[in-house]
Design a protein around this ligand. Structure first.
Ligand code: NI
Length: 169
């Protein structure tokens, strides 16, 4: 099932999501649906709050279907190490049509649980490192625009307000 993507302005995007405690068939189905919804929206990462479900689950595929082995499910993810710096353009499915340069760590290790509840660690570089940070932020109620200057952030928020008024958001 393809879920609609929740957009900026919905409070679910700005609250901390709940820990996953039950690793059952419902979780498996939800993760399948999250991949489906992410691909339909042409994204490379999706956090559960972005489909209105406030739970600590994220899916990532920085190859966008090229490599089935690149599909990652992160349940209750925690960033355990960050190294270096990269600055690149970043966007978010919940803030469509906007992109901003964001400075992030270049090499990032995440510790998370898989669908069976087993803990694992995964180190990513470049875009994957960025995805780990971006999606983990989502689960903490934080959006990438919190990493840009206040000036740029206010500009984006003003534009979104106008779009909301015009019924375009
Ligand atoms: Ni996002």
């Amino acid at each position: 099932m393809i879920y609609p993507i929740v957009k900026f302005g919905d409070p679910v995007l700005e609250k901390s999501a709940a820990e996953v405690t039950s690793f059952d068939d419902g979780l498996k189905k939800l993760v399948e649906d999250m991949f489906e919804s992410m691909y339909a929206a042409r994204g490379v990462g999706l956090a559960a709050p972005q489909i209105g479900i406030s739970q600590r689950i994220a899916v990532v595929d920085v190859t966008f279907k090229e490599d089935p082995g690149a599909k990652l499910v992160l349940i209750n993810p925690v960033i355990i190490s960050k190294e270096g710096r990269q600055r690149n353009s970043e966007g978010c499915l919940s803030i469509p049509e906007f992109r901003e340069d964001v400075t992030r760590a270049k090499i990032v290790t995440v510790r998370a649980q898989d669908l069976s509840g087993k803990f694992f660690e995964h180190t990513g570089e470049e875009l994957l490192a960025r995805a780990f940070l971006h999606e983990t932020d989502h689960l903490n109620g934080k959006l990438y625009i919190s990493h840009v200057s206040a000036l740029k952030r206010d500009l984006i928020k003003r534009k979104i307000k106008k779009m909301v008024k015009a019924g375009e958001w």
